[in-house]
Design a protein around this ligand. Structure first.
Ligand SMILES: Cc1cc2nc3c(=O)[nH]c(=O)nc-3n(C[C@H](O)[C@H](O)[C@H](O)COP(=O)(O)OP(=O)(O)OC[C@H]3O[C@@H](n4cnc5c(N)ncnc54)[C@H](O)[C@@H]3O)c2cc1C
Ligand SMILES: Cc1cc2nc3c(=O)[nH]c(=O)nc-3n(C[C@H](O)[C@H](O)[C@H](O)COP(=O)(O)O)c2cc1C
Length: 746
């Protein structure tokens, strides 16, 4: 095979060496526009996992590489005011980029790869005519990718911070994070050693801070001098140095496809991951291993390229999710500066969601015990600490999220609801929420939704709250709502959001005559002022009945595109009166409803509001609006905000993933300073503990996990070997409080 490699960075060189090592008869040529000794950056961090891959793929290279590694275990977090927190047991290894490239170039020479330095590669399309495979390892600004953008369909997401790579001869003994409060805003330094002679230093800040500090007008030398001055304490008198260093805005690169015929993208050309999780070089080198393997094991080039992409895509996507969480955390660092130091440090360490409470404990039990002690008590899982809202003290931080069961007749909860909610209350959660209970028959989503528009329904609910109070230690909350333009649909299992046939449907209402589903959904009638008044009274009457029925907490459902939510969203509310237009106006009616309910809801019982913190759609509400909405409800007396997202418009594009909604809860909690309930794909008790300890949530709601396991909280306690306080097995179930054996035993 004739193989052309565009770019002699770590990805291109390593691939060339591996493919030649496997099959020496291949002709492999690398074009690199720079000279062999030119390189940007200073040190590269490689994990044990990547090193293991290198050892297996090329033991000779591994032996040489491993000999000169800087290795260390600790992460130091330095906070404004001089507090320092050290967490150990992390296991890093790094080397200088120059050394890594030198070793890779040497491997290529020994193995017979043709290296053409200081030579611009011919375009990929031209190389493809004379080569069997063209590997475009031409970096983040890949020309190959740009030339065939219609094939690769790149998405380039330029981020909001500026950063610069620098070096110093100070050899750090730990990974360093320094958070600096300056008159211009917050800046941070990331530092790590790469040899016994020096360390990499990255200085980063939001673009507005960078401009205010005048760094945008400085050349390399001036920037180096400014950074030296800013971080003089950190550098302890040592100098910084640049290496053709510039202030860069990080760009996350994604591509819909990685290959075009026999040309394939590798490394930064295909994908980038923010430097704060230290993965760019690692990903490029892992790509190289996978591509060389695929070309060796598959009969045809297209098959090999498909296999390479299939293997690498999920790994890259997972790394990019972690990198995204990490870069956003640093972009928003300012919002955490008032957190107690121990919590800010824990928050920083767990920012990418890859490191959690539990695996930090494995790495450094002492560090985690100290954080737990600050939160409540060392050794107490944060989820099993109580939480108080007005006169209500919840036994723990777990909430059964509201879930519509679509199983009522005429809005009346029955034995199904008693058993369903009752078993979840016995299952250990601190708070069990009802499904959205509708304030009027026309406010139902489906014919199976429950309601609270008559006394019979009130009494049926009282039976359920009575059971929960008498037989479990849980509290029970009522979620009240009105379906608005999303009403009159079929039961979930008969077609989610599908309209009912005309003979069963009822006329819909909303802020504006805009259908939720533009493809044939019913167009709602815009509510008149008079109707708004009547509807408000329906909410008030339902709240009164809810209090009489004995609910401990009342949640107003202003999320998911139902009536109140559609008032908040500019995509559903196009009114021209005082209830539409700017956010202040869109908030008016939901706040009026809230105030009217608060007035009749007992003063010692809390009220929460569920919002969709983003519409996941162009022109819709997003974090900034969510912060304003949350602040408005908090100012009107909401005791907590239950932070969900989306379902407001049918053309939404949510970015699903583990805990994907928690950054919104986090922003609201730390910017508005109101308690929040986080929810959405929170997958484990470890995630719940991590969110609480990091101060990203006060309560955590789980929906589907409670459908899988009504006793989710009891099982979480058993798995953590925790027997209270905060959770107690019902006496009737005590004999089953240990996980049963699974599988066959002799
Ligand atoms: C300024 C800077 C400093 C960095 N410092 C570090 C660091 O200290 N540690 C770390 O882990 N990561 C660092 N990174 C990130 C890291 O470099 C990348 O994630 C990693 O190098 C990706 O490897 P790659 O082989 O895909 O691409 P690159 O390393 O970018 O290599 C691409 C190569 O292709 C060459 N090239 C491009 N087009 C052509 C062409 N048409 N003809 C010939 N040659 C071409 C370029 O000159 C370049 O050498 C840094 C990135 C930048 C931009
Ligand atoms: C079957 C089902 C019904 C739901 N009904 C409601 C509801 O009535 N009110 C509400 O606010 N959210 C409702 N949700 C959303 C959940 O409360 C929760 O926010 C969502 O499922 C994400 O959390 P999870 O990933 O833990 O399931 C429902 C979810 C499911 C799965």
């Amino acid at each position: 095979m004739r193989i052309a490699v565009i770019g002699g960075g770590p990805g291109g060189l390593y691939f060339a060496a591996l493919v030649k090592r496997r099959q020496p008869e291949h002709q492999v040529t690398v074009w690199e526009r720079n000279a062999p000794e030119d390189t940007f950056g200073f040190g590269v961090v490689l994990s044990d996992e990547t090193l293991g891959g290198i050892e297996e793929a090329d033991p000779e290279l591994y032996a040489e590489l491993a000999a000169g590694f800087a290795r260390w275990d600790d992460i130091d977090v330095h906070l404004p005011g001089g507090q320092v927190f050290t967490s150990g047991g992390h296991g890093f290894a790094a080397t200088s980029r120059r050394r890594l490239l030198g070793l890779l170039q040497e491997r290529c020479r020994v193995l017979g790869v043709e290296l053409r330095f200081q030579e611009e590669a011919p375009p990929a399309a031209e190389l493809a005519r004379s080569h069997d495979v063209v590997v475009a390892a031409d970096g983040v600004r890949s020309r190959t990718r740009a030339a065939a953008a219609e094939v690769y369909r790149p998405e380039l997401d330029e981020r909001h911070c500026r950063y610069i790579w620098l070096g110093t001869d100070l050899v750090f003994d730990a990974f360093q994070f320094h958070v600096l409060r300056t008159e211009h805003g917050v800046m941070q330094l990331h530092g790590y050693p790469y040899s016994d002679a020096g360390s990499t230093v990255i200085v980063e800040m939001r673009e507005d801070v960078w401009r205010r500090a005048g760094l945008d007008r400085m050349d390399e030398q001036e920037s180096v001098a400014a950074c030296e001055k800013l971080f003089a304490d950190t550098l302890r008198g040592h100098a910084l140095r640049g290496n053709d260093s510039r202030w860069i805005a990080f760009t996350t690169v994604r591509n819909v496809t990685w290959s075009d015929g026999t040309t394939v993208l590798l490394g930064d050309a295909a994908h980038t991951a923010h430097f704060s999780i230290g993965s760019g070089t690692k990903l490029a080198m892992e790509d190289a291993v996978a591509l060389a393997d695929a070309l060796h094991t598959h009969a045809s080039v297209p098959q090999a390229l498909a296999a390479y992409e299939e293997e690498r895509r999920p790994v890259v996507a997972s790394t990019q999710r972690a990198a995204q969480a990490s870069l956003e955390w640093f972009e928003n660092l300012e919002q955490y500066l008032d957190q107690p130091g121990w919590q800010l440090a824990f928050n920083l360490l767990t920012r990418s969601r890859r490191i959690t409470h539990d695996n930090l404990r494995l790495r450094d039990p002492g560090y985690v015990a100290e954080a737990e002690q600050e939160f409540a008590a060392a050794g107490t899982p944060p989820m099993f600490t109580p939480f108080r809202l007005r006169g209500l003290t919840l036994r723990n931080r777990v909430v059964v999220s509201p879930m519509d069961m679509y199983s009522a007749q005429d809005g009346l909860p029955d034995d199904f609801h008693l058993v369903h909610l009752g078993s979840r209350a016995l299952g250990g959660a601190g708070l069990v929420m009802t499904e959205m209970v509708c304030v009027a028959p026309e406010g139902r989503i489906t014919l199976g939704c429950t309601g609270l528009w008559n006394d019979e329904q009130r009494d049926a609910w009282a039976r359920i709250t009575g059971f929960v109070h008498e037989r479990s230690g849980a509290a029970i909350g009522l979620q009240l709502g009105h379906s608005g333009r999303k009403g009159a649909t079929k039961l979930m299992w008969e077609g989610m959001d599908d309209p009912l046939p005309a003979e069963q449907a009822w006329p819909l209402v909303g802020p504006s005559p805009l259908a939720y589903r533009p493809d044939g959904g019913q167009v709602p009638a815009a509510l008149t002022r008079e109707q708004l008044g009547e509807l408000k009274e329906q909410f008030v009457a339902a709240a009164r009945r809810g209090a009489e029925a004995g609910f401990d907490l009342l949640e107003l459902h202003c999320a998911h595109g139902y009536l109140l939510s559609s008032f908040l969203s500019p995509l559903a509310n196009r009114r021209e009166d005082e209830y539409g237009g700017p956010l202040e106006n869109r908030l008016r009616w939901p706040l009026e409803v809230f105030d009217a309910m608060r007035a009749v809801w007992p003063g010692d019982r809390p009220m929460t509001v569920r919002i969709s913190a983003t519409d996941w759609a162009e022109g819709g509400n997003d974090t900034e609006e969510a912060v304003v909405i949350a602040a408005a409800f908090a100012a009107h007396g909401a005791d907590a905000i239950d932070v969900s997202t989306g379902q407001v418009v049918s053309h939404e594009r949510p970015a699903f993933g583990r805990s994907y909604q928690t950054p919104f809860a986090d922003a609201i909690r730390n910017r508005v300073r109101v308690p929040v309930i986080a929810v959405g794909a929170v997958s484990s008790w470890d995630d719940v503990n991590s969110l609480l300890l990091a101060g990203r949530a006060d309560l955590v709601a789980l929906g589907r996990p409670h459908l899988y396991d009504p006793a989710w909280t009891l099982h979480a306690a058993a798995e953590q070997e925790w027997s209270g306080p905060g959770v107690e097995w019902p006496v009737q179930y005590a004999a089953g409080s240990r996980r049963p054996q699974t599988g066959r035993r002799l």
